[in-house]
Design a protein around this ligand. Structure first.
Ligand SMILES: C[S@@+](CC[C@H](N)C(=O)[O-])C[C@H]1O[C@@H](n2cnc3c(N)ncnc32)[C@H](O)[C@@H]1O
Length: 265
């Protein structure tokens, strides 16, 4: 009973449907942590419900942070080219948000692609946001193992990474060009102080969400993407054709939508 209450809280606060995360891994997270704290299962479940710090710790254990550089490669080539083309007619930076950014490979891939095309730092601004504080800490460190490079060419790997203890660390100039912070897509106050973005990557998140959470998430995305701006989703995700706030655009393999003016007063 207590477990069901916790799972319902996770779904309500984060959007993640525990069934899509795998109940075994949720159980494993509970078991490992309660042993660490020397608590019974019931005592631990009560603690997670009552302590926000313990809830954050629990969520960090159950999220699926899997990501890698240039995941779904085509979209980075396409977007970098779009930005390069508008670069000369812009005086303000092209603003990009990666949400969820996990351990940083997604926003860093765009930063590398833009550097490769000669888009200067002053004409781009990239933010990365994720629910998991451990993922954000890893993103800031910028040290990666081999699995992060499954879609990276050897040339880019040797140009932008150097061997350090624990893996390959990304060039400091690229690291400094991305600003990271912890945030929850379902938080109605998320990034309220920010101007809307020209491009939001929201890939491989809705696959873990309940249908109701997808709707809530989409409402936040409508606010975060500027009218005429772009939204990139994952290959297994789509926005219902009945939702006129976004329309399909770009090459098929990019899974891009353009924000229409629908819903703007
Ligand atoms: C599979 S990764 C996707 C990373 C990247 N976008 C990609 O496609 O490679 C999913 C990430 O979603 C994050 N996440 C889950 N629920 C979230 C929420 N409500 N708000 C923000 N991030 C969330 C998790 O912490 C995890 O890092």
């Amino acid at each position: 009973m207590m477990l069901n209450t916790l799972l319902a809280t996770v779904q309500d606060r984060t959007g993640m449907d525990p069934a899509t995360l795998g109940l075994c891994s949720v159980q494993h997270a509970i078991e490992t942590r309660r042993k660490q704290l020397d608590l019974s299962e019931l005592e631990y479940l009560r603690l997670v419900q009552e302590s926000s710090t313990e809830f954050v710790h629990f969520v960090n254990q159950i999220v699926v942070p899997e990501t890698w550089f240039f995941r779904g490669g085509e979209v980075f080539t396409h977007i970098a080219e779009v930005i390069r083309q508008v670069m000369n007619s812009r005086t303000t930076p092209f603003r990009v948000l990666s949400l969820p950014c996990s351990t940083g490979e997604e926003p860093y891939s765009l930063a590398i692609a833009l550097t490769e095309r000669g888009v200067p730092q002053r004409l781009r601004s990239i933010d990365g946001v994720d629910l998991s504080s451990t993922a954000i800490e890893a993103a800031r460190r910028g040290i990666y193992g081999e699995l992060s490079f499954r879609q990276t060419t050897p040339e880019l790997k040797s140009r932008y990474f150097r061997i350090v203890p624990g893996g390959l660390q990304l060039d400091p100039l690229i690291r400094e060009s991305v600003q990271f912070q912890v945030g929850n897509l379902l938080d109605p106050g998320l990034l309220l102080w920010q101007k809307p973005y020209d491009l939001v990557f929201c890939r491989n998140l809705f696959i873990y969400f309940s249908p109701e959470a997808r709707q809530r998430g989409l409402t936040v995305l409508v606010r975060l993407v500027t009218p005429g701006g772009l939204l990139a989703v994952g290959h297994a995700e789509s926005i219902p054709a009945t939702d006129t706030r976004f329309e399909r655009t770009g090459p098929l393999g990019c899974f891009l939508y353009r924000r229409t003016r629908e819903g703007i007063a």
